[in-house]
Design a protein around this ligand. Structure first.
Ligand SMILES: Nc1ncnc2c1ncn2[C@@H]1O[C@H](COP(=O)(O)OP(=O)(O)OP(=O)(O)O)[C@@H](O)[C@H]1O
Ligand SMILES: [Mg+2]
Length: 453
């Protein structure tokens, strides 16, 4: 006999004796309380009836036969009162069970889940036929043993499944895991498994019920989508790179080659004017001046086109002077004041990243000129460890949304692509009438040359 049962027996005996002597309401209250306590202590109905029988043997049997019917009736009433908490809890349990069963059935039939029901104490387990089918087995082929499923979990996933299960049983964390299993024919399939344990009053889990779902198709689609996104991103990076290279090459050729040829042309014209031309008539001064002007104009346009294609300054002097120059030209051209906070001296931009940052600022400023109607722009380039922050904020008319959904707008999309390729992101804050604030957050780790600093 356990200690609790012995103590209950003694308490019951004394309470019943008291009741049989006085038959007071207080005695009933005591019976109810004893029953409630016994239930909390985990005693069952059989224990209760054994306790009651012992009490009858002790209190009723030895009494005079004439008193016995009255004593028996009073004892029964007392015992019924003791059983009331059990009765109530069984009713509540039934109601809860009916509700959860219904929900469970719904979830199961809708989701085509395979059920499992496990007793963590005895390690007994039940797998539903559909559970076994998910693993590729007929009902009779897979034994109802934990290892039959656990043993089929892919080695890469065993640890996180075990960790989740332990955490659920010990700390009541959510048990909802995805893992790979090996089916009967050796194929790998993905399943999602969810479960809920039940704990007794001592906090010991005595049952765990759950389901698994075959999520292989979803996982494959996710995987395909991720791969294709990565490929698109790589392709876009490549196209971007090739475009910039090509632009830089054309810019160099325009600048150097065409520039030199124009200079040569100017010299040739000059020789016509001043060179030895004995006996030959000099060309009219007016025509020559016209030619000089045309050549100068051509040189200017070639320089302009070359700079637009690829800022030579970027390679020669670095990012910041090139950005400063861009901003100066922007201010002069659109008469929009630009307040600068450029604190990027300590950032050693990688050569190949300079063009990305430059293009971001360029596109943001172009947007300001095209869409904002702003009178002032704030430009920040700063080190905010572990990031480099590039911010362009205008005081213009703003926009309804952040421009990420426009079908024919590629400026912001290109900016996001560039930022993503550097492991960073673009954030936009805007509202109609409240300006447009664009921030590129770029990890220093990917934009700084590693051998510097
Ligand atoms: N500074 C700004 N102020 C107000 N609206 C802006 C600003 N910058 C962008 N927008 C809005 O966001 C939209 C998307 O900009 P995005 O640069 O992607 O495309 P776009 O400038 O219209 O075309 P493009 O492909 O030539 O760049 C713009 O059409 C505009 O409505
Ligand atoms: Mg644009």
């Amino acid at each position: 006999m356990t200690r609790e049962l012995g103590a209950l027996r003694a308490a019951y005996l004394s309470a019943l004796r008291d009741y049989l002597e006085h038959e007071s309401e207080a005695g009933f209250a005591q019976a109810y309380e004893l029953g409630r306590q016994a239930m909390i202590d985990g005693m069952g109905l059989l224990d209760m009836s054994a306790v009651h029988r012992t009490a009858l043997d002790t209190l009723v049997l030895p009494s005079p036969p004439a008193d016995q019917p009255r004593l028996l009736e009073a004892s029964s009433a007392f015992f019924n009162e003791l059983l009331a908490p059990f009765e109530l809890s069984i009713e509540g349990y039934r109601a809860a069970l009916a509700a959860s069963e219904e929900r469970f059935q719904l979830a199961v039939s809708g989701a085509m889940a395979g059920l499992w029901d496990w007793n963590p104490q005895t390690d007994e387990i039940y797998f539903s036929p559909h559970f076994k089918r998910i693993m590729g087995y007929e009902d009779s082929e897979l034994p109802n043993e934990r290892e039959a499923h656990f043993g089929a979990i892919d080695a890469r996933d065993v640890e996180h499944v075990t960790r989740s299960l332990t955490s659920h049983l010990e700390h009541r964390g959510v048990y909802d895991v995805e893992y790979r299993i090996r089916t009967k024919v050796g194929e790998t399939r993905w399943v999602q498994s969810r479960g809920q344990a039940l704990w007794n009053d001592a906090g010991v889990p005595y049952r765990m019920v759950g389901w698994i779902l075959d999520i292989t198709d979803r996982k494959r689609n996710d995987e395909a989508l991720r791969t294709s996104r990565e490929e698109m991103r790589r392709l876009s990076a490549h196209v971007q790179h090739v475009r910039e290279e090509e632009k830089a090459r054309i810019a160099r050729e325009l600048h150097d080659d065409l520039g030199q040829q124009l200079t040569a042309l100017k010299m040739a014209a000059s020789m016509m004017e001043y060179g030895p031309s004995a006996g030959k008539p000099r060309p009219p001064q007016e025509a020559l001046r016209g030619i000089y002007e045309m050549i100068d104009e051509l040189v200017r346009s070639v320089r302009h086109i070359a700079a637009d294609l690829h800022p030579v300054m970027l390679d020669d002097l670095g990012l910041i002077p090139a950005v400063e120059n861009l901003v100066d030209e922007f201010s002069a051209r659109y008469r929009i004041q630009v307040v600068r906070r450029i604190e990027a001296d300590t950032i050693a931009f990688k050569r190949e990243c300079r063009i990305d940052v430059f293009r971001m600022v360029q596109e943001a400023l172009t947007n300001v000129a095209r869409h904002s109607g702003a009178s002032e722009v704030r430009l920040e380039i700063a080190r905010e460890d572990p990031h480099c922050i590039v911010r362009v904020v205008d005081n213009g008319r703003g926009a309804v949304h952040d421009g990420s959904k426009g079908r024919h707008s590629f400026g912001l999309l290109g900016m996001r692509e560039r930022a993503a390729l550097l492991g960073g992101e673009i954030q936009i804050i805007t509202q109609p009438g409240a300006g447009f604030a664009l921030t590129a957050i770029l990890p220093l780790a990917s934009i700084e040359a590693s051998n510097v600093r």
